[in-house]
Design a protein. Sequence first.
Length: 723
Amino acid sequence: MPTRFVDVLAPVALDRTYSYRIPETFDLKAGDIVSVPLGARDVMAVVWADDAEPEPRLHNRLKDVDEKLDFPPLKKELRSFVDWIADYTLSSRGMVLRMTLRMGDLGPERLRLGVRLSGPPPERMTPARRRLIALLSDGMLRPKSEAAAEAGVSTGVVDGLVDEGTLEVLPLPKAMPAPPPDPDFAVPEFSQGQQAAVEAMRAFAKKDAFGAALLDGVTGSGKTEVYFEAVAEVLRKGRQALILMPEIALTGQFLDRFAARFGVRPFEWHSELTPRTRARNWAAIASGEARVVIGARSALMLPYADLGLIVVDEEHDQAYKQDEGAHYHARDMAVVRAHIAKIPVVLSSATPSVETEVNARRGRYQRIPLPQRFGGQHMPHIEPIDLRIEGPPRGRFIAPRLAEAVRHAIERREQALLFLNRRGYAPLTLCRACGHRFACNICDAWLVDHRFRQRLVCHHCGFSMPRPHVCPQCQAEESLAAIGPGVERLQEEVAALFPQARTMVLSSDLITSIEIMRSELNEIAEGRVDIIIGTQLVAKGHHFPRLNLVGVIDADLGLGNGDPRAAERTFQLLNQVIGRAGRESGHGTGYLQTHQPQHPVMRALIACDREAFYQSEIESRERTGYPPFGRLASLIVSAGDRATAEGFARKLASTAPLDDQVKVLGPAEAPLAVVRGRYRYRLLVKSARGYDLSGYLRDWLAAGPKTKGNLKLEVDVDPQSFV
Ligand code: ADP
Ligand code: ZN
C-alpha cells in the first residue's frame, strides 16, 4: 500500500490546512476528528481532504496523524459551511471551525447528587420556597441546579431547604438519554385567523428542500405556536430542528412553552452553560439524541447529526450579529446553512429587518402572515407625549400624563413597564463648580454613574472608579451633578411618585446569572411586581399577563446618531416594547415620550402604520444605495496612537483597487474614536448589489499594506454597527 496523506484544519487562527501522513494502523476520511502534532503541542483537528497530494520532496518530513478521536465525523455540509463563512467574512477557516468544536469538557465521570422532597415543610415559607416545593412534590430526584432553574429560584434556596430537612440529597443515577419531544403531545386549537398560517407552515416544513419563509405576525399573534408546527413536522420526519433566539433572557418562559407543546424541554446552547452541560449537549447534538435545540447564535455552528429545520426567532434582532472574531450575522448565515443543507428556514418577526422585508416583497422568501393578535385581542393603543409641550418638571423624566396612567394601572392592580434603554443612574457626571466632566482615561466616552454599585463605569472598557466626594479638578466638595437619566435614576423617581408600589429594575448589568434573571422574570409574570423598569432586556418576547401599560421614557434615544440603521432599529425596538402591553387583556396602551413626534419613525408608530415605515425606509435605502440595494463593508484600523492609525488607514485607502462598482469612503475618525486606549479609523466600502465584495476586499488586502506592531485591521462585511 502506498503511503496516504490527509490535509487537516485545526481550530486555531489559521486559514490554511496542513498535510499529515495516515499511519498504517487506521484509515481516515474527510470529516474525521483527529489529534495531530502541531508545533510543540498535540491539537484536535478535522480532516479537510482525505486525498491530499503533498509534494514528494515533503513526504518524509510530514508527521503522522496521532489518533482518530471518538467523535462523529463533521459532515460535508458543515465543512462547506465553515469554508463559506470564512470566505465571506474574511476570517480564518480555523477560527470558524473553532466555533463548531466548542464541545466543553465532560471530565471524569463523577458522582452527581440530586435533591428530592422528603421532610416536613420549612418553618418560614417564601414564594421561592413554595415554587421549589411545588416542583419537587412529584417526588422525583433532580440535580440541584436543574431543580433551581426549573423552579426559577437560586441554588441558595435549595441549600436552605436541605439544611432545614425539607429536602434530602441522594446520588443521581447515570444520565439516561432524554425522551424525545412528541410532535403530537399537545397540538393547540388554532384560531380561524391562525389556520391559514398553520397550513402554510406545515406544508413549508414538509419539503426536504431549501426554502425561506418569513413568519410575519404582529406581537401576540402566536408566531411561536405556529412555528412549533414546523418543528413538529420535522420531528415526524425524525430530523433535528434548531431554534435560534437573540437573547438567552428569553429562553426561560420559552422552555416551559416548548415542554407544554412537546412534552419535554429542548436542549439548550448558549454561553451560560456549565462545561459539563455543554459537553453533554454537544455530544447529544452530534449524535442526534438532541432532537430540538434552542440556542444563541453560536448554536448555528454545531455539528448536527441530521438538521432538518432552522427557525430564527425575532430575526431582525441585532444580537444576531457577532462583532468580534469572525464578524458574522447568524440570521444571514442560517439562510446559508439551510441552503447548503437543503432544508427550510423560518424567519419570524413582527418587524422584519428591511433586508428580509425586501426579500419577501420580491418573492424570494415566502411570506406567512399572522395579521391579528390571538384571541381577538387588540393591538396596544399608542399615545404620544410631546416633551416640548407636556414634559416633566426639570430634573425629572416621567411626564405628568404618563405618571397619571401608571397610577391608574396600579389602582387597577395591573402592571406598568417603564422602558429606558440606558443602564446605570446617569450617563454623565459633572462638577457644578468647575464644569469638569468625568470621562474614561482610555476611551472616548463619559463615565456612567452606577449608584447600585456606587461607581462610575466606562461602558466600553469596563474601567470603574468610586464616585468621589471631591471634584478631582477644582477640589470643590459635594459639587457633582448627575446629568440625564438611566434606569436606576428612573427607579428613584418611581419610588418618590409611587412609594407603595413594588418595583423591579431589569438591566443586564444588575443580573449576575441566568438563574437570577429567570427567577426575576417569573416574579413579574406571576404579578408580584407593579412597576417594571428596564432596558432592552425587557423589550423582547416576554409575555406578562398583567401588563397593560408601557411607557417609553425617551423614544428619541436611538435616533439621530448618524447610524444608517438608527430608524429601523428604533422602530423595531419601540414596536417590540410596546407590544408587551395588553397581550392577555387586549387593552394595552403605549406612551411614547418624544421631542420629535413628526419624525417618520414616531409617526408610523403612533399611527400603527407599519407599511408607512417600510415604504419610507425602503425608498431611502434605494436612493442611497444602502443594503439591501447595495452592499457595505467596514474596515476598522486601530493602533495605540493616533498618527499610526491614521497613517495606516490612509495608506490602505490609497491602495484600494479601482473598480467602477465600488466606492471607498474615508478614512474618517470613528464615532467612537478611542476604545481601550486604541485610536480608531474607519473606511466604508460600498458596492453594487450582487457584487462580490468579499472577493474585492480579499484581493485588496492581499496586495495592500500589512499591519505590524500593535496596528490592527478588522474587517466587517455587512456591518450592523457603525461606531
Ligand atoms: P408572538 O410570538 O407572535 O408575540 P406568542 O406566540 O407569544 O405570540 O403568542 C401570544 C400568546 O397567545 C401566548 O400566550 C400563546 O400561548 C397564546 N396563543 C397563541 N396562539 C394560541 C393558540 N392557538 N391556542 C392557545 N394559545 C395561543
Ligand atoms: Zn473606557
